[in-house]
Design a protein around this ligand. Sequence first.
Ligand code: AKG
Length: 306
Amino acid sequence: VGNNIPVVDLGVHDQTQIIQQIFEASQDFGFFQVINHGVPNHLMDDAMSVFKEFHAMSGKDKTIECSKDPNKSCSVYTGSQNYAKEKFHLWRDGLLHLCNPQEKYIQFWPEKPTRYREVVGPYTTEVRKLGFRILEFISQGLGISPGHFSSGLAENPILLVNHYPPCPDPSLTLGQGKHTDPSIINILLQSEVYGLQVFKDKEWIGVKPIPYAFVVNIGYPLQIICNGKLKGAEHRVVTNSNLARTTASFFINPLDEIIIEPAKTLVDASNPALYRSLLYKDFLIKYVAASGNTRALEEAFSNSTE
Ligand code: AKG
């Protein structure tokens, strides 16, 4: 207990227990892991294999595989999408693509490795279902309407496949700097290599790799929606001097034109809205300006500006 990220077993019959465990973990840590979550093990193995195979290709081949959409719904980069403006360069390559609707975007996903689409198609479908289930538990924990997340707030999932090569001197850089996510939640497939750390009570806590678990975390837009009841957790990724690490984030994101605001049922005279309402696309502009820094986010989105 104490400083470990809670592990929630989604296979138990007692739904009330699941809701309570997810709710408490989301309040205390903004992070939890899920086991017995319904996504088949073989699909997780196959997905991790094609993700590793993709990142084992040359930079040139990776770029070719991610240049099929003129609207850039699929891209690959080194460091972050904002390499030119990074405060320090991140020790990471990222493959990023849109996922929904799958019929629209799959044609722009990599064709190499040859099994990429046939594996990642069903993988993202299953992880998306899991995401809706978790959002349903969170809605019940919050006491908001069951359909709250089905009106565009979860319609634009994005897959980000991270690859962190071994780093000769891990003290000099990071795989990802300290940040809070701009998604509703993230469902992360972590490999067997340590690297992810969560900031809690002024300390970094390592997230233990558990075979066939997913790591789930709350993003800042969900903190706004639940009027501060749950925590958009700060986290980072450290590098490793001798092992490569590959992970896949499935970010459950809103559509651009959807309004992000505290759920109406959570706000009344004695519980004033702590955050302003704004379109998700405007949230993202301010998020990028704040570089994911939590204090800057609080200043940008807090209601108490007077
Ligand atoms: C992210 O993609 O935002 C992450 O935090 C990934 C974490 C990881 O690679 O362990």
